[in-house]
Design a protein around this ligand. Structure first.
Ligand code: B12
Ligand code: SF4
Length: 522
């Protein structure tokens, strides 16, 4: 019984013109667990290979897998691509069981199964234990979906009486109990980041103790857990020695949650003397907390830190429960810069209803932060967040879910038309990156390696900037009569974990509902 993991062919300007294609960590983690349980598994990275649905269908006919599993890190915008692909898979081989996992399907399981007959099973939450348990049952039961999966927690499936959801699965306690299936990667050369050579993604921890209103990651992982820091450092050394990995992205929401754990990891990296550099997302407040160990950050290989500062408006910082201040943001940029670590400032427009004046003020403050890179994003509502519930009355101007990727405006603005907001963001990006002080610091440095790196990043930042303008002019269209966000996902607006802690299957709805009321953009 062969299981084929497919990384869907979701293409973005960020990967294609910017940082480069990255390993599909979620699928590798599920794949490692399946292989260790004795299953025959392979990976098709249709994203890196830029395959179309027909080419994937050809591979499915040739490989003839009993089960196809898919899911993507950028789960919301990748959803339409996953649906087109699974439809092609099912058409090519109707007997193949299709399994879909990841963040978006976890929270839109009912709509997805109702509207897409070619999806057989949805795995909700962390995939390792649930996918393994589901395959075991399917293997023993001769692949007959669905009722036999009724005893597997963390599953949603289409039963005789409608869509059913089994109870939630508890968060994995021992993350070290599962192995990443690195051997599923057949060509490491495909995965590169920041022009630094071969790249990998790895997690030291999962989850986040904070509760920013627009972010859904903290609820997805349920609680903060971490792996043995020394074991993670050993794994990174192995990736370097065995596969020539030179750059690692930490996929953690919040790796610095407990300072002692984070410092143990940094020290373990220093001890191993591995020539690997890191990109990590870290809160500005934690950078300030860690002022005394900034030198250790650099010696361990930390070179890029993305800080979600989100907004420069103190009232909004409070409103989105960021638990930070502009003072922290400025100090964090200064500390990073002082230790030769690039600061990437993540800023979100559209959390409120900005005016021209607000944007001008924010642009000025951002330049004052003196960070190295600006990652300007648009507020993107996810059904499972407090932000989406609070914004129920705002109109959805972007109806194409492919564009719900933080790089396109999704919610309407009271005072600005979409093209005006786009122009303002592009102007911010330009004026931020062309600051003479920043250019001098990055491009004219004496260190040859750093200079080359800075030129690579400058070229790619420019390519992304230009490609986004071309895309905006040629392809981006906005709704004439925006539907209020509150009407966007009628099913998902019901409490999510309706069946949590219930021992029995819970039919959530019967077939034959009024489909016109349901918006799922697959
Ligand atoms: C590393 C990263 C990147 C990297 C690499 C992405 C990649 N291809 O792997 C880069 C920088 C390229 C990137 C780009 C983008 N990213 Co990104 N990225 C992340 C980050 C930091 C970690 C993702 C990760 O690897 N998590 C760890 C893995 C193990 O988790 P996972 O994929 O969810 O998998 C687990 C479960 O979901 C489940 N599962 C997943 N798939 C499947 C499939 C099956 C069959 C099963 C059973 C289970 C299962 O099991 C897994 C193990 O438990 C997160 C933020 C964060 N900290 O989470 C954002 C994040 C995933 N990115 C996001 C977005 C939007 C993007 C972009 C679209 C942005 C853009 N406009 O360009 C692009 C997409 C480009 C692309 N082609 O990937 C959003 C997604 C939001 C959403 N819910 O849709 C996130 C969550 C950021 C955020 N805070 O909102 N990203
Ligand atoms: S700190 Fe980051 S990961 Fe944590 S809730 Fe806020 S945005 Fe999400």
């Amino acid at each position: 019984m062969h299981t084929l993991l497919i990384n869907p062919p979701y293409q973005t300007i960020t990967s294609n013109r910017g940082v480069g294609h990255q390993v599909p960590l979620g699928l590798l983690m599920v794949g490692g667990a399946l292989r260790d349980a004795g299953f025959d598994v392979s990976l098709l990275d249709a994203e890196a290979l830029k395959m179309n649905a027909e080419q994937i269908a050809d591979d499915v006919r040739r490989i003839a897998p009993a089960v196809v599993m898919t899911g993507h890190a950028g789960s919301t915008p990748a959803h339409p691509v996953c649906m087109a692909m699974l439809q092609a898979v099912k058409n090519a081989r109707p007997e193949t069981v299709t399994v879909y996992g990841g963040v978006f399907p976890t929270y839109h399981d009912r709509t997805v199964l109702r509207d897409h007959r070619f999806v057989d099973v949805i795995v909700r939450g962390e995939g390792e234990a649930t996918a393994t348990a589901a395959l075991q049952v399917l293997h023993e039961g001769g692949l007959a979906v669905p009722e036999q999966l009724a005893d597997v927690p963390g599953i949603t499936l289409r039963g005789a009486s409608g869509v059913v959801r089994t109870p939630d699965r508890a968060a994995i306690v021992d993350l070290d109990g599962y192995r990443i299936g690195w051997e599923l990667i057949d060509d490491w050369q495909r995965y590169q980041c920041f022009g630094k050579g071969r790249a990998a993604i790895i997690q030291l921890s999962r989850g986040c103790p904070h509760r920013c209103t627009y972010c859904g990651q903290h609820s997805f992982w349920k609680r903060w857990r971490y792996r043995d820091p020394e074991a993670v450092a050993d794994e990174i050394r192995w990736l370097h020695d065995e596969h020539g990995v030179r750059f690692v992205t930490l996929a953690d929401e919040n790796p610095t949650t407990i300072k002692q754990v984070w410092v143990r990891f940094l020290e373990a990296m220093v001890q191993r003397q591995v020539d690997v550099h890191f990109f990590a997302t870290i809160r500005a407040t934690d950078i300030v907390r860690d002022a005394d160990v900034m030198e250790l950050y650099h010696r361990a290989g930390i070179r890029y830190v993305l800080m979600g500062i989100d907004t420069t408006d103190p009232a909004l910082i409070e409103q989105v429960r960021k638990r930070s201040t502009t003072k922290h943001d400025i100090e964090a940029c200064r500390l990073l810069g002082g230790h030769n670590i690039h600061s990437v400032v993540g800023h979100i427009v559209g959390l409120g209803n900005e005016t021209w004046r607000d944007l001008r003020q924010a642009g000025r403050t951002l330049r004052k932060y003196d960070g190295d890179y600006l990652n300007a994003m648009y507020a993107t509502p996810h059904a499972w967040t407090a932000f989406a519930r609070e914004q129920a009355d705002r109109g959805v101007v972007q109806e194409n879910q492919l564009y719900w990727d933080y790089r396109h405006q999704v919610l309407d603005q009271l005072y600005l038309r979409p093209w005006q907001l786009f122009a303002a963001v592009k102007w911010w990006e330009l004026s931020f990156h062309l600051r003479p002080r920043r250019l001098g610091r990055l491009l004219l440095t004496r260190d040859r390696g750093r200079r080359q790196q800075a030129w690579w990043t400058a070229r790619h930042t420019l390519m992304v900037w230009l490609a986004e303008i071309v895309e905006f002019v040629r392809r981006t269209r906005f709704a004439r009569r925006p539907v209020p966000l509150g009407q966007w996902w009628p099913i998902e607006s019901q409490p999510l974990h309706a069946s949590a802690n219930r021992a029995t299957l819970l039919p959530l709805y019967e077939g034959g509902n009024d489909r016109s009321r349901v918006r799922d953009h697959g």
